[in-house]
Design a protein around this ligand. Structure first.
Ligand code: IDP
Ligand code: MG
Length: 205
């Protein structure tokens, strides 16, 4: 089952995206999607309204929890203007990790990644806001902290690819898949942030 899901993600999904890209280019007025599928869902509707309800999955990995970085990482997302809609702490099972990283299971580093990711508690969060998938990848920085810019989480708190402190979904589709994997719908809260119109243009204006 896992294998089939991975085959779908590697072989079929890129084809679907390419097909969607081609279709968009043929239809005047439709915005061009970014090649990595990072564009917010709201932009796909043809509306100019920003999709302020886009969501992404962010995790503080075991090294980040051990080093007491949870507060600093949450602070960066709050400070940026995103809204926390789900949060939990748990120790990940090998099975859940295999589903989360299904594309990486054949990589030579997977056994050590599994050992690291299941070694202690992680803090899993869902953050919501305009363009949150793409912006959070920028905030988190390059996979390898040695190449990550200063000012990013990995650039400020990491030195080696095997201990890179945080996870952030890498595309809108990935975020949707990961959020479903880690959270039940009832555990994600819909709530109004009092400063919403100060962080993003009102949808109706
Ligand atoms: P990402 O976390 O930036 O999206 P991915 O390529 O999806 O990067 O890899 C997932 C995780 O696997 C990384 O965050 C890192 O923990 C681990 N990883 C990736 N490449 C290596 C490697 O070459 N050696 C050890 N661990 C790696
Ligand atoms: Mg990734």
């Amino acid at each position: 089952m896992l294998q089939r899901l991975c085959i779908f993600q590697r072989v079929v999904q890129p084809f679907i995206w390419r097909h969607q890209e081609t279709t968009k280019r043929l239809v005047p007025g439709l915005p061009t999607a970014l090649p990595d599928g990072l564009r917010a869902a709201g932009h796909r509707s043809g509306s100019s309204s920003p999709n302020v309800t886009e969501r992404t999955l962010i995790a503080v990995k075991p090294d980040g929890v051990q080093r007491r970085l949870v507060g600093q990482i949450i602070r960066r997302f709050e400070q940026r203007g995103f809204k926390l809609v789900g949060l939990k702490m748990l120790q990940v099972s090998e099975d859940l990790l295999a589903q989360h990283y299904c594309e990486l299971r054949t990589k030579p580093f997977y056994p050590s990644l599994q050992q690291y990711m299941t070694s202690g508690p992680v803090v899993i969060m869902v953050w919501e806001g305009y363009n949150v998938v793409r912006t959070s990848r920028t905030m988190v920085g390059h996979t390898n902290p040695a190449e990550a810019q200063a000012g990013t989480v990995r650039g400020d708190f990491g030195i080696h690819v095997s201990r890179n402190v945080v996870h952030a979904s890498d595309s809108l589709e990935g975020a949707q898949r990961e959020i479903k994997l880690w959270f039940q719908g009832k555990d994600l809260l819909k709530w109004d942030c009092c400063d919403q119109t100060s962080t993003c243009e009102d949808e109706e204006s």
